[in-house]
Design a protein around this ligand. Structure first.
Ligand code: SAH
Length: 460
């Protein structure tokens, strides 16, 4: 190791930044976050630094740097663009044994500043020992994405209970087991979903009764339309910590590959070639039973669970049984497919509103409000439209829609196999005869479909 990583307490300690530009500003803000008393010396200051001083946060010393300016500071940061001044500051500081950082010059610095992920009080620092700051920043950005912003709150709560936990459990081993259960279980999830008081009550209850938390939790997670990069950070985190994952046909292979390797996978979609899915009530019951055994259960659904996903029914039954749950939205097929097909769902010239419609024809009939679909400047997105596509075209024309109204059929949207077919109301039936199109497919009807010609960017 070239450097010893340490965290210094500079609260209320005098620190100085020499320089008055943007880089100096960044360093000042960092020192202020750590609650230091900051002086800043420069013949010129940028606007934001002046504002900080007007707000009373820092003291400005408006002059060129001189040797005598280095007094009894806890930390010195040189952020001038004059090399000779920077090296002068470095040598004076090192003579006086005051820690000094010269921006972008590890050779002149007695300490270097890492890239940080700030989830105060939790701080993660990444350093490349001054050799590759950009790499450290990239790693930092990766960490930012996988560490929920509420980790800081979790750490604060842990701080509150630290002594109580020490009093309750005499061995380090027991304390560690306690905290591990808190940080990776239902309690942490409660904090992440904003249920702070409930989380605290749970901790207190465990300390009082030393009862095992036997209730698990269910995560109803939207897996998006297929491309695993379209998952939310939250979805990714939850599918990687679930003990059991119930999934169906719409969840793509790419997403399934991100599920925790040792979790139990339960397929609840259509079986083999048959059209029979696991019955909805059976899925509801299964979720309840699994959660009751203390498992973290992820119900993974294609797209968004609350859009034609029966997500509502599943959590209704959880709520009736008092099982904790959370819902993670996903990118719905309409958003994913339209983006990847270069078809904006609204556009100032063509469409001011958009309707999502299920074309699933219950008992072979449909009661769709056809008249409402005919109005101008509207995009209609039909989900589950493949088998009823011909019928939909006929009905729309019968109610007065222009026979040349453009239609897009998007097959396996957002996936490498995506195919986009552009047609019109009158021509679509022939296209469907001609082509071998497979589910899942989404149908978009409206003038916006024309934009595909110019805006198509993915695959193809
Ligand atoms: N909850 C899902 C929709 C479930 S209904 C969501 O929000 O997206 C199932 C229908 O969604 C399919 O019949 C199809 O019309 C559409 N769909 C889902 N994923 C799709 C994809 N990758 N490409 C095209 N259509 C898709």
């Amino acid at each position: 190791m070239d450097h010893l990583p340490i965290f210094i307490n500079i609260r209320k300690k005098p620190c100085i930044v020499i320089g008055g530009g943007d880089i100096a500003l960044r360093k000042i803000n960092l020192l202020l976050k750590a609650q230091a008393k900051v002086d800043c010396i420069s013949p010129l200051f940028c606007k934001d630094i002046k504002n900080l001083s007007m707000d009373g946060h820092i003291t400005l010393i408006n002059k060129s740097f001189e040797q005598a300016d280095i007094k009894d500071y806890s930390i010195i940061i040189a952020a001038t663009d004059d090399k000779s001044v920077n090296s002068l500051i470095s040598s004076i500081a090192q003579d006086k044994k005051i820690p000094v950082n010269v921006v972008d010059s590890p050779e002149l610095s007695s300490f270097i500043m890492p890239s940080i992920v700030d989830r105060s009080p939790l701080i993660i620092a990444v350093s490349s020992s001054g050799k590759a700051p950009v790499l450290a920043r990239i790693i930092r950005a990766k960490l930012e994405t996988i560490i929920p912003s509420a980790y800081g709150i979790l750490a604060d709560i842990a701080g509150e209970y630290r002594q109580k936990v020490k009093d309750r459990f005499s061995t380090i081993k027991d304390r560690r087991a306690f905290w591990e259960a808190v940080f990776s279980g239902v309690i942490a999830e409660k904090v992440f979903s904003g249920r702070i008081n409930e989380a605290k009550e749970d901790i207190q209850r465990q300390l009082d009764d030393s009862v095992e938390m036997d209730l698990g939790e269910v995560y109803l997670v939207g897996a998006g339309p297929g491309d695993p990069d379209l998952l939310t950070f939250k979805a990714l985190r939850l599918i990687q910590q679930a003990d059991v994952v119930l999934y169906d046909r719409l969840v793509s292979k790419g997403v399934m590959e991100l599920v925790r390797r040792d979790s139990e996978l339960i397929y609840v979609g259509k079986k083999g070639g048959s059209d029979k899915s696991t019955k909805q009530v059976d899925i509801n019951d299964q979720l309840v039973e699994l959660a009751k055994t203390g498992k973290r259960v992820c119900r993974l659904k294609g797209g968004d669970p609350f859009i034609f996903g029966r997500g509502g029914e599943e959590i209704e039954s959880l709520s009736e049984h008092g099982i904790p749950f959370q819902v993670v939205p996903g990118i719905t097929a309409a958003s994913g497919c339209s983006s990847y097909a270069g078809i904006p769902l609204t556009h100032r010239d063509y469409s001011q509103s958009c309707r999502f419609v299920t074309a699933h024809l219950k008992n072979g009939t449909t009661n769709l409000p056809w008249e409402e679909f005919i109005i101008d400047q509207q995009t209609i997105v039909f989900y589950m439209a493949l088998s009823g596509a011909k019928y939909i075209c006929e009905k729309l024309m019968e109610h007065g829609m222009d026979k040349d109204m453009p239609i897009a059929i998007i097959e396996k949207g957002t996936m490498p196999e995506q195919k986009v077919y552009i047609s019109s109301l009158i021509e679509l039936p022939a296209l469907l005869e001609r082509e071998d199109i497979h589910a899942p497919t989404l149908m978009i009807v409206g003038e916006v479909v024309k934009l595909n010609e110019k805006l198509n960017w993915y695959g193809n």
